[in-house]
Design a binder for this molecule. Structure first.
Ligand SMILES: Cc1cc2nc3c(=O)[nH]c(=O)nc-3n(C[C@H](O)[C@H](O)[C@H](O)COP(=O)(O)OP(=O)(O)OC[C@H]3O[C@@H](n4cnc5c(N)ncnc54)[C@H](O)[C@@H]3O)c2cc1C
Length: 387
């Protein structure tokens, strides 16, 4: 039976976001999918695909038109994410990371900061990243130890960050650092724009990863790294709240990472069992297999409906933290389940590393962790459900 799945259909997507979704689909088919296996194998940074994405107007375009972007909203960014991640999660992460964290400056930065830092990212002359996680602390956002001490008209940063996307490749990064040590641990942090060529900024790639290998993360060491006080984003002590707000929005897009991966797993499993023959018939003729495929479809569609509902809630500021956490948790976990089932249906061939299903199986382990492990999401869902 020929596949007629139509898994990322436009019907659930609001009409205004369908145009950019179609652009992303065409770009993914031409530039991402055909190169996915190669970049996964080599683990190289896909500069050429990033540049093609810039030419196509699909990189860093959530930045407002005022500063050179297209002003794409959260629903449109979600629509791009699911298309990109279906084609390949590693390349997709690199493409979507190019402006990661810049939204914080857009929301809280001064006009001068936006002209200096934001415009070059929107105009695709620069790329950026967001540095929060540390070698010894990840989930506890109010426990980070990197410090930024005021010295005259400068801040001096000391400490380490780990897992930082584009920490080596970026022109500047948004850094989350401790500026006070008061009893209210949520008021101790601030955000800074830190150029990666600043003295005292040193970054190297973390060791090879098993998943999303076409994206690069860094271990950054700040050793008396000085930035002018003009690089403080928003108010001193406001960092935690800015970050929480940023993640409340962004996590709905991580749900899109899960949707793209879940769709890839289902497509791949479907195709395989409809071609593979055992016991004189196609594997897809066994009812147990059909039920497995049905469950993959069911869970995928349920997650996608929730994810788009959540995206609209987040866009409209209707309890965004709750909805983003639910979407992220559900969609990323459906991706894990679908990948697991897809592997089983591939039999021994699931173990061949050049198979798309094997790549998806490794990639799905990441969205259940980044932007807050799903246990943290469940904490948020429980707490915010009671409010
Ligand atoms: C590919 C990749 C890219 C990333 N990119 C970035 C980036 O660009 N910038 C950045 O700042 N970070 C980035 N991260 C880091 C990511 O956000 C962290 O890995 C994540 O927040 C979890 O932190 P941790 O790894 O230190 O795990 P830990 O916080 O040590 O947690 C380990 C595990 O303990 C359990 N756990 C922890 N706390 C609780 C709790 N309260 N309740 C129940 N269980 C709990 C969970 O099972 C969790 O998975 C990236 C990570 C990956 C893998």
């Amino acid at each position: 039976m020929a596949s007629n799945l139509e898994l990322l259909s436009a019907d659930v997507v609001p009409e205004y976001a369908r145009g950019v979704k179609q652009e992303a689909r065409e770009f993914a088919a031409e530039h991402i999918a055909p190169n996915a296996e190669e970049y996964f194998r080599t683990g190289e940074y896909p500069w050429d695909i990033l540049e093609a994405g810039m030419d196509a107007g699909l990189i860093a375009q959530d930045i407002s038109e005022e500063y050179g972007g297209r002003g794409l909203d959260i629903v449109e960014v979600l629509a791009i994410a699911e298309e990109f991640y279906r084609a390949d999660a590693g390349i997709a992460l690199t493409l979507q990371l190019a402006s990661f964290g810049a939204e914080i400056m857009q929301e809280y930065g001064t006009e001068a900061q936006k002209e200096k830092f934001l415009r070059p990212v929107a105009e695709n002359d620069q790329i950026t990243g967001l540095a929060v996680s540390e070698p010894d602390i990840g989930s506890d956002l109010a426990g980070m130890t990197t410090t930024a001490d005021k010295d005259g008209d400068e801040y001096v940063l000391n400490g380490e960050k780990y897992w930082i996307g584009n920490g080596v490749e970026a022109d500047w990064v948004t850094v989350y650092a401790k500026t006070a040590d008061t009893d209210d641990r949520y008021l101790n942090y601030s955000m800074f724009a830190v150029p990666t060529d600043a003295a005292g900024y040193d970054a190297e790639h973390i060791p090879e990863k098993m998943g999303m290998r076409a994206s690069k993360q860094a271990h950054i060491v700040f050793d008396d790294c000085r930035v002018p006080e003009e690089n403080l984003i928003g108010t001193e002590g406001g960092g935690f709240m800015m970050l929480a707000d940023f993640f409340n929005h962004g996590r709905v897009v991580v749900g899109g990472h899960g949707l793209g991966l879940a769709a890839a797993a289902l497509e791949e499993a479907w195709e395989f069992v409809h071609e593979r023959e055992e016991f004189g018939r196609h594997v897809s003729d066994f009812q147990a297999v059909q039920h497995g495929l049905a469950d993959m479809r069911l869970e995928f569609e349920a997650a996608r409906a929730l994810n788009y509902r959540a995206a609209k809630k987040v866009r409209d500021y209707e309890n965004p933290g709750l909805w983003a956490a639910m979407a992220k948790t559900k969609s990323t976990e459906v991706a894990v389940e679908n990948a697991q089932q897809g592997m089983q249906f591939h039999g021994g061939r699931s173990n061949l590393t050049d198979r798309r299903i094997a790549r998806v199986y490794r990639d799905v382990r990441i969205p259940v962790i980044y932007e807050g492990a799903n246990e943290i999401q469940r904490n948020l869902i429980y707490r915010q459900s009671g409010e």
